[in-house]
Design a protein around this ligand. Structure first.
Ligand SMILES: Nc1ncnc2c1ncn2[C@@H]1O[C@H](COP(=O)(O)OP(=O)(O)OP(=O)(O)O)[C@@H](O)[C@H]1O
Length: 580
């Protein structure tokens, strides 16, 4: 099943494949004819000592020609098969990557990054080995074996029939190995993926690991995964080394002894010629090399099958990011947001949002406050359509959220996250995000608007200043400002803010607050606020508690209620600097 699916990937390259296959056939033909020519020479010319010059020249000439032909054709077929393998893998990686990009966040919640990377890199690499080494080697050796048998039949039918027994014996051996090793390989690939996941986690969280002194624990965990991977790999080496190779060798010795016995008997009877004996032994010797080769490749085939299972499993996932539904193409013009009785659960069991209803009129700011885990980010996750709305309804400008085209949604809603993500490139490309319709002028305008321009212009290379992975060389405040400029460059109608909690210096903090204030002007804004001081002017404040809106109103109204908001406010203003 898996192998069939892998072979389907060859379809676009059929023509090249069959040409390579024909070259392989011809080359193999040439290979097996060579000992037959020598055998003919021994029996008809060497033993009777008749040396006819012209015939000998012809024999010698054909021998040389065939050698050259075989070499040339082998080169061509190998080159072709390898090229096809590279094409196939390129396609497979593109498919896997595209698939991963379309999967919804719910999939990523449950899949460690490292294990995904492992599938896209290591597993596809193992599949490539199959196309390069296994496929061509199997075909080549299989055809070679058939060719050798044909040559054997040409030389001596009875003996060839005897040797046919080798085929089922070898096949049984292969099948047995396949069955045993597939389990071992599956474990080994799994461990490799887990190791990658652990590695990824360790590298991403290095600052936390070092500050919390978790090095030893992670080293231990990685060590034990590594040990399990090693054990699985060793098991396979044992399986391969102890079982497969000696078994074929034994088979080869037995077959040679049997043939020699047979020949001893027959030549004693005077019925077999010396040339045929040479030809047979030569062919028999050659037949075991392909059998050995195939046995050796079996382990690669097995690895590839297991890897392919993992890759196809990923390709078959259906947890897509929520997509546009219906034929209409509504456009966001006003930015009115309405949540009506929205309930939501990540795992299908525990509701993290319960009956959320509110309206944000165009241009208004609605702030979400509440203790950690109360559901603020989940509201944003739904509004951004990262997760599907299953119960209740979210509408923008009167149209259900799911009827909007992705492009419309992403270009009209600007999301600013607590920890902004910067891409590798430069400052300019991080603001433009490869949207060519945004001019350099507009980039500068956006940066000025959010007050990021002063610091960007002070950088040695200004807007061309390089950005390394995750923007590690910028401070968190600077990263925030760049991400603000990025959001403003698309002129969104709606702003979704997850307020930064990172402590930045007072000057940057002021710049950030001033920028946010400006950004909110004339835009509907949904803002998660951790510090109540920043949202006192919000038109509506929703206080969340365990997924429910427990209080709602303006700052003054909520204070007057003397409820949860009032308590949080007092704690933040007069208590310690506790984050709520
Ligand atoms: N991806 C997820 N998968 C499963 N459960 C999740 C996921 N994200 C959040 N939760 C759960 O949903 C609940 C609400 O989380 P949410 O992130 O919305 O809270 P929050 O109010 O934004 O918290 P914080 O202020 O700490 O960011 C929590 O109980 C959390 O454990």
């Amino acid at each position: 099943m898996v192998i069939r699916r892998l072979l389907l990937y060859l379809k676009p390259y059929q023509k090249r494949f069959w040409i390579a296959f024909a070259a392989l056939l011809l080359a193999t033909g040439a290979d097996v004819v060579l000992p037959v020519i020598v055998s003919h020479f021994i029996d008809h010319y060497l033993v009777p000592r008749t040396f006819d010059r012209d015939t000998l020249l012809l024999l010698g000439g054909s021998f040389l020609l065939l050698q050259f032909l075989s070499a040339g054709l082998h080169y061509y077929q190998l080159f072709s098969f390898q090229t096809i393998a590279q094409w196939v893998i390129r396609q497979l990686r593109i498919d896997v990557f595209a698939k991963v990009q379309h999967l919804g966040l719910s999939f990523f919640d449950r899949t460690p990054d490292g294990s995904l990377v492992s599938r896209i890199t290591n597993d596809t690499e193992a599949i490539k080995d199959m196309y390069i080494n296994v496929l061509s080697s199997f075909m080549q050796n299989f055809i070679f074996i058939i060719g050798v048998f044909i040559a054997m039949f040409v030389l001596d039918v009875r003996l060839a029939l005897w040797c046919l027994i080798l085929l089922p014996v070898s096949l049984t051996l292969m099948q047995g190995y396949r069955r045993l090793s597939s389990k071992v390989y599956r474990i080994s690939r799994q461990k490799l993926a887990q190791m990658n996941a652990k590695l990824n986690e360790s590298i991403q969280g290095m600052n936390i690991i070092q500050s919390l002194r978790q090095e030893a624990r992670l080293r231990r965990e990685f060590g034990s995964l590594n040990e399990e991977h090693y054990r699985a790999a060793l098991k396979n080496v044992k399986l391969f080394g102890l079982m497969l190779r000696p078994a074929t060798q034994l088979l080869s010795v037995l077959a040679t002894v049997a043939v020699l016995n047979f020949f001893g008997f027959e030549s004693f009877m005077g019925t077999v010629k010396i040339g045929v004996l040479y030809g047979f032994l030569n062919l028999l010797d050659r037949i075991f090399e392909p059998v050995n080769q195939m046995m050796m490749r079996l382990s690669q085939l097995q690895q590839a099958v297991v890897s392919a299972e993992r890759v196809f499993e990923l390709l078959d996932r259906t947890e897509y990011a929520p997509q546009k539904q219906g034929e209409k193409n509504p456009v966001i013009t006003e930015g009115r947001i309405e949540f009506a009785n929205v309930s939501f659960s990540y795992d299908g069991k525990n509701d993290v949002l319960k009956n959320i209803s509110f309206v944000a009129e165009p241009g208004q700011t609605v702030a979400l406050v509440g203790h950690t885990g109360s559901g603020k980010s989940s509201i944003i996750n739904l509004l951004m359509r990262f997760y599907p709305v299953e119960r209740g309804e979210i509408k923008i400008d009167g149209h259900p959220l799911q009827t909007y085209d992705d492009q419309e949604l992403r270009s009209k809603i600007g999301l600013v996250l607590q920890d902004p993500f910067l891409f590798v490139g430069d400052v300019k490309s991080n603001i433009r995000l490869h949207n060519e319709s945004i001019t350099d002028e507009q980039i500068k305008e956006a940066a000025q608007f959010v007050q990021a321009a002063p610091f960007i212009e002070k950088l040695p290379r200004g807007y061309e200043e390089p950005v390394v992975e995750r923007g590690a060389t910028f401070s968190s405040g600077q990263r925030q400002l760049i991400s603000f400029a990025r959001t403003m460059a698309i002129h969104p109608k709606i702003l979704v803010l997850d307020e930064a909690t990172a402590s930045v210096d007072t000057e940057t903090e002021e710049a950030i607050q001033a920028a946010l204030q400006k950004m909110r002007q004339g835009r509907t804004t949904i803002a998660i606020a951790h510090r109540l001081s920043t949202i006192q002017d919000a038109d509506l404040i929703l206080v969340l508690h365990r997924g429910e809106i427990v209080e709602r109103g303006s700052h003054q109204e909520l204070l007057a209620m003397k409820g949860l908001y009032h308590k949080m406010y007092l704690l933040q203003t007069y208590g310690s600097a506790v984050e709520v």
